[in-house]
Every structure is written in C-alpha cells, then in structure tokens.
Design a protein. Sequence first.
Length: 353
Amino acid sequence: MYQTTKGEFMKAGIYLGKEKVKIQELPLPEVGDYDVLIQNIYSSICGTDVAVFMHGPNTGHKVNVGGEFGHETISRIVKVGKEVKDFKVGDRVYPYPLYAKDDTSRAGTLGGFSEYILVPNAKKNHSLYQVEKRISDKLASLIEPFTVGCRGARRGMIPSGQGYFKGQNAVVFGSGTIGIAAAVAFKYFGMEKVMICDYSAYRLEIAKKLGFETCNLQVDDFINHAKDYFGMAYSLNGPTANIDCWLDAAGAKSILDDFLKLGKIESRFVSVAVNKEPRSIDLLHMTYAQQSIIGSGGYMKEDVDDVQEIMACGKWNLESMITHEFPLEQLDQALYKASDVNNSLNVIIKMKK
C-alpha cells in the first residue's frame, strides 16, 4: 500500500482559463492528526467543468485561474491521521464535495483532477462516504452527478408514508448524466412512465437502451409524442399529455414556457438545470392551473444513500453511460470530448494506479 512521506509530489490538473489546462506537480499534502489523504481512482467530468473550460472563468463553478478543479470522483484512502477512528488505509470512499475540503466554497474545486485530495477533519457520512462493494470503480465516479439527479427526482415526487406516491408520469428534458440519473431515480421512487427528451440522438440512444421512452426534439413533435405515450389529460388550454412532473435538466427557456402552457392541471415543474436569466411567469394562469414550480439544487445525505442502492441493485446498466475514458495527461482532450454532446455522454479520467 502506498505510504506518503514529506518531499513527495503529485500530479494535478490546473485550470488556466478558456481552453487552457496543464498538468502540474504540486507538493503532496501533509496529513494532520484528524485528516485523511485519499488517492483518486476515477474522476468524471461535469458539465460545469466543460463550461468553464470552453467559455472561461465564471461560466461554470467558480474555478480560480491557477487552481485545482474537478469534483466528481471515487477515491481510496492512503493515509489517516493518528486521531482518525472511522477510516482506515485501503477504504474506498466518495468525497462529498460540499464538505470534503471543510469549505463549501470548494465544492466545485475539490481536486478531482489531481492525484490526491487532503480531507481535513474527516467525518464519516459527512465529508467521506464508504462506497458499496457491488459498485464498480468506474460507475462510482458518477455518484456525485447521480445525487444531483436523484435530488431532482425526489423533489418531483409526492411523499406518501415512508416513501412516495406511485403510478404517476414524468418527463425529463436533457439526456446528460444528470438527466438520465433523474429518470432512473424517478423509476426507483415509483414513477409509472418516464420519458427523456433531447436533441442529441447519440445520448437518446443510450437512454433508450436503459429502458426509457425517448423523444428527439429535432424530429419529433413533443406534445403529440407525449400524448401517445402518456395518454390524455387536461390543461387550462385544453387537452394535453398526462404528465404529472416535468424536470428540466437542460436549461432551455422554452421548457418552462411549454410547461406553463401545456402542463396539465396540478402538474409540477422541477428546475435542476442552471438557469441564470430572470424569468417572467403568468402567476394568474399558474394559480388557476394549480401548477407548482420547484427548485432543486445540489444533494443531501439521503441522496448518497439512495444512489448507492440504485447503482448496486443492477436493474440498469448504468456504466453504459460512460462513453469515453482518458488518462490525466490528456485532460484537455477529455474536456473537448465531453463538450461534444452529439458524440459523447459521460467522460471519465483514469487516475494513476
């Protein structure tokens, strides 16, 4: 097992601005009495990583020029402080981005594209979570985006007893990792029918193989397709598709507009995508339609627990969502590939063994 000593170095992906990254050597962090040092196994590329790489600072997470970045990772513990009781060397763990650095502002710059991450004041089921043995290393690198999708789906369900009301229908806009994760979670929580909509035929084909109805918005008429699949219901504007929950994991302005116009009576809308522009809403129409708009940002402990159960149950071939793998030295090429929504879905970085 790898042991650390003073004077050692690690490779780290450093953000330098629009379309600029480099792999740099940094001193290996020293481990304090209450700290844990983890070695990354695989790290997944998030849409916000792609945004800040393709468009420059302040377009994704607040990634500082000259700093480490990446936050979707599966890791193994290589050193623990002498006062650490809940972890041991060799444990496979998921670093929870909000708390892994003991600083919530570092959620997007955890160091997923670095070989090692120091987790100060490590706490079980807070900054670090043990990963279920049935989940592969590759799939475990998707725990973070899956928790975002799971939280969105949870927000779109109706609580009933210890679980959720079953038998309703949902549509998900966006067939990226978070969108498909939300669709999977909807089924896990008890949605009867779930459809995924997008413009990428490549990504929709993967969603279809996972068992979902799909709608290619480039060639299909959404509302007619939805009526055929979900059946009929009523909106204030007349007959419409029987969709109880609309979930936006894409961020296009038209999605909310269509929901307000086409959503059935008592339907609800969950916003997961990053919508930065202010929106105008016809509140009177929404009131008479008894519609709901629900925000869903981030994730919580129960989402980590549910995602691990979803991944471990084997009902869906979720590893099929990983379409490309690159070594850390090709981080820039990996980011370009992840930006190509018509020829990739999830892109992961394989870290050093």
